[in-house]
Design a protein around this ligand. Structure first.
Ligand SMILES: Cc1cc2nc3c(=O)[nH]c(=O)nc-3n(C[C@H](O)[C@H](O)[C@H](O)COP(=O)(O)O)c2cc1C
Length: 390
């Protein structure tokens, strides 16, 4: 069944009513699927063009608090017509930050700093989610603001000891300490508490970052998890941390609030995480109350060749959608309105995410509406901007 109550095989358009003409004429009048709402639990998102989480590394005071830069960045894109803004990877603890300049939600000052951003995103009619993350062995790295990009920040410059399922480093990064079971339980609680703060800050969707080789993905993946206790070994053991985090968050947030998980559908490396394990895990996540899988790839192995080209991750989305019977997103070099519309119409996903193209054009959805002949009064313009419609 589709998210909007239609059978998955019948998502392109409502069946013509009796007396209504089918065929080309009917097709022409149809609202592009990009601009149809999608309902997840109690949340109706105004369209299917979503902003994926993108780290801005701009909490320059190293206090995890979003700044006026974040306000401008997110609210601009909400005004640009995105249906859902997913705020960037947000650390659940100081040691879970990818870099010292990451935003976080491990204290109430951070909660308050998010609130005005969240309020004004919602004021535009967009929905707003947040991606919660712990970077594990990929924490304590540099960024454009402090240097040491793609390497560990030295201890005497504010770096810290990293933690992971097993003491295996990522590429040339610092070797992590192996987490004990108490440490794992503490991290589950940190995810739960961050989710609770997100609800208080006004976010209407939570996404767990289980992709790109960060902590949860390190547990999932046999290449980075060599544990012999209940958090390692077979797939059930390796997914235990993720399932515990899902359960803890689901119990904490309102029943009508959607919960998403971002996964890497493959490592692109032999012997590692792959599509079959992703499908199996997605089925379990569905049983535990996850509402959509946000499908990406890669991040565990430092030196792999990824066949990057337009739509390169879309087949993974389609497979997960079909085999795990879950709504999914598609992301990765989707840059053109007709390209995005075609992916949706061919039932390969339920929403598309526009990342880098949105960094160069915050009005991507409004431009897409024009390209797809959506009248300005049906496009997600702020009322103040209608006179300037494309
Ligand atoms: C600047 C930047 C920061 C990113 N940060 C995150 C992040 O915080 N969390 C995440 O899951 N993916 C992150 N990504 C990946 C994007 O969400 C997206 O999956 C990727 O850019 C591919 O989509 P695109 O081709 O439309 O850009 C980031 C990408 C970029 C370009």
């Amino acid at each position: 069944m589709g998210d909007d109550g239609t059978a998955i095989g019948d998502l392109t358009s409502p069946a013509p009513q009796s007396g209504e003409k089918s065929g080309k004429k009917h097709q022409k009048k149809m609202q592009p699927r990009l601009f149809t709402p999608i309902k997840l639990r109690g949340l109706t998102v105004r369209n299917r063009i979503w902003l994926p989480p993108m780290c801005m590394y701009s909490a320059f005071n190293r206090d995890g608090k979003p700044t006026p830069f974040h306000y401008q960045h997110y609210v601009s894109r909400a005004m640009g017509g995105f249906g859902m803004i997913i705020a960037e990877s947000t650390a659940v603890s100081p040691s879970g930050r990818i870099s010292p300049c990451d935003v976080g939600l491990w204290n109430d000052d951070q909660l308050e700093a998010w609130r005005w951003i969240v309020d004004d995103i919602k004021g535009t009619g967009a929905s707003v989610g947040i991606q919660l993350n712990h970077a594990g062995r990929k924490a304590s790295t540099g960024c454009f603001a402090i240097g040491h990009e793609n390497e560990s920040v030295p201890f005497d410059e504010g770096g810290w000891q990293t933690m992971a399922p097993s003491p295996i480093p990522f590429g040339h990064y610092r070797t992590p300490h192996e987490l004990g079971v108490n440490g794992i339980h503490a991290i589950v609680a940190q995810f739960r508490d961050a989710a609770s703060r997100a609800v208080f800050a006004g976010f209407t969707m939570i996404e767990i970052h289980a992709a790109h080789g960060y902590l949860i993905s390190q547990f999932l993946d046999p290449l980075s998890n060599e544990r012999t206790d209940e958090y390692g070994g077979d797939l059930e053991g390796r997914m235990r941390l993720l399932v515990e985090i899902v359960d803890a968050i689901r119990a904490e947030i309102p029943d009508d609030m959607p919960l998403l998980v971002r996964v890497s559908a493959t490592d692109w490396a032999a012997g590692g995480w792959d599509l079959d394990q992703t499908v199996e895990t997605s089925r379990v996540l569905r049983e535990h109350g996850v509402d959509m899988i946000d499908v990406s790839t890669g991040g565990i192995v430092a030196d792999v060749t990824v066949p990057v080209k337009p739509n390169y991750q879309v087949p993974f989305s389609q497979q997960i959608r079909e085999k795990a019977d879950m709504p999914v997103s598609a992301v990765g070099l989707i840059t053109k309105p007709k390209q995005a519309e075609k992916i949706l119409r061919s039932h390969q996903c339920d929403v598309v995410e526009i990342g880098r193209a949105a960094l160069r054009d915050p009005y991507w959805p409004l431009r897409a509406a024009s390209k797809l002949s959506v009248p300005a009064d049906k496009a997600p313009y702020p009322k103040q901007y209608r006179r300037g419609a494309f």
